[in-house]
Design a protein around this ligand. Structure first.
Ligand SMILES: [Cu+2]
Length: 453
């Protein structure tokens, strides 16, 4: 597209990436991402920030206090100014996130906020940017180059997108969920409850949190309606816990997972077995139900998907989207923007997003450019009551299944519309991702291959 000096590298990586089988796909973001797109499965998203109750927790919800800083008036191209973030001394305000460098010319009228905001998006796009030329064509690519300031090279242009730099373990779980053993016709799932370190963003320090099978969210457990499920949890914490399968209509009330109501909590080193028939279908969840403000807020949560018999709502790709707003800040699937995986779709495809709110606040998810058709609430098929919207409030504990049919290519923002959950003085953070619609299915595969290269 005539941007020889754009700083954008060759896009060879897009074509040359070779998926290889990971030895431990459940722990491999490579295997995870690969399966997600190559087989038409889900990529979900992730985000960060914080609304942490408790003084010891990191506070990322809001950016630092703004200081009076004049806008950049008459920049010299390439000249150092007060604005480049990433040079620690260059920013007048401390940044919540160590910001990489913002190379290049500072446009007139811009402040450090603009540069930081651009840097965050540069981190989100990373070295995917060159691939967009072959996908969207020269004209659109030229606009993207200008928007990103990619006429001049910047470090993020050669780095993997932020969401590749931290594990995105949930993304493909709907495609390759936790594999059960079979005991007769009972599906047996084994999980551990672990103390883990977790980064919501590769530039954030690791958090001491919890996870099922060492990850946050825990692996997706997926069964068919009517299956008998046995889930065996081993408590590796230094405290007691319990597990509640949220939304399940139990025949046996003592499988409901609430300490001192339906069971005793199980202690460090102990196992507890939950066994039940998955009678009712839909997007359900599993999470701690003991000291849950802390334990769920610290990552003991996961998706429990029960496939409906004769599900009328077919989709080409599925995405689990579990939000939380506690210890890790404002997150989607345990991560915050820009370390949030985009929702990918090709024109003509329908994607199904399973919104699940494991947090303590309502989050209104807003899809730019696209209408969502909401087909299930709390696992109940809405049938003729299905509705369309572009902003879908999901309360704590609620789940909504929404379909989006991709018909127009583009990179469309997709975010919570409580603005302090998504944007601060350093630009976007937290509950933000995008819907990336590409013209052809092969482009989705190309993007994923580029990520894996
Ligand atoms: Cu929100």
């Amino acid at each position: 597209m005539g941007q020889e000096t754009s700083g954008l590298g060759p896009i060879a990586a897009v074509e040359t990436a070779e998926p290889d089988a990971a030895e431990h796909p459940e722990l491999s973001r490579r295997g995870f991402l690969r399966g997600a797109a190559l087989a038409g499965g889900g990529i979900a998203a992730a985000t960060l920030a914080a609304c942490a109750p408790g003084a010891a927790q990191p506070v990322w919800t809001y950016g630092p206090v703004r200081t009076t800083e004049p806008a950049n008036g008459s920049p010299e191209p390439g000249a150092p100014t007060a604005t480049p973030a990433g040079t620690p001394a260059a920013s007048a305000v401390p940044t919540a996130t160590p910001a990489p460098t913002n190379g290049g010319t500072i446009p007139p009228g811009w402040s450090s906020h603009d540069l930081n905001a651009r840097t965050v998006v540069r981190r989100y796009v990373g070295n995917l940017a060159p691939a967009f030329e072959g996908i969207y064509g020269a004209e659109a690519f030229g606009k993207l180059v200008k928007i990103l300031g990619a006429q001049e090279p910047y470090p993020e242009l050669t780095a993997k997108p932020a969401f590749v730099q931290v594990p995105q373990l949930v993304l493909n779980d709907l495609l390759t969920p936790l594999q059960p053993e079979l005991d007769g016709d009972t599906k047996v799932f084994r999980l551990t409850v672990d103390e883990i370190e977790w980064q919501v963003d590769e530039l954030k320090p690791p958090l001491a949190v919890f996870g099922y099978n060492g990850q946050w969210p825990g692996p997706t457990i997926r069964v068919n309606q009517g299956d008998r499920v046995r889930a065996i949890f081993t408590n590796n914490l230094h405290e007691t816990t319990s597990v509640h399968f949220h939304g399940v209509e139990f025949d046996d009330p003592f499988m409901d997972g609430v300490p001192f109501v339906s069971q005793e909590p199980f202690a460090p080193g102990e196992e507890f077995t939950y066994e039940f028939i998955a009678r009712n279908p839909g997007s359900l969840m599993y999470h701690s139900h003991h000291n849950a403000t802390d334990q769920v807020g610290r990552g003991l949560l996961g998706a429990f998907v029960v496939d409906r018999r004769n599900d009328p709502n077919k989709a080409d790709r599925e995405y689990v989207w579990i939000s939380n707003d506690a210890v890790g800040g404002f997150t989607i699937n345990g991560h915050g923007f820009p370390a949030v995986v985009p929702v990918l779709a090709a024109v003509g495809e329908t994607v199904r997003i399973r919104f699940m709110n494991e947090g303590n606040m309502m989050h209104p998810w807003h899809s730019h450019g696209y209408t969502m058709r909401v087909v299930e609430r709390d696992g109940h098929d809405l049938g003729s009551a299905a509705f369309e919207c572009d902003t879908l409030g999901v309360n704590p504990g609620e789940r909504f299944d929404a379909l989006i049919t991709a018909d127009r290519p583009g990179i469309w923002a997709f975010h919570c519309h409580i603005l302090p959950h998504v944007e601060g003085l350093d630009g976007m953070f937290g509950m933000v991702t995008s819907l990336i619609v590409v013209p052809e299915k092969e482009h989705v595969d190309a993007i994923v291959n580029a990520l894996l290269a």
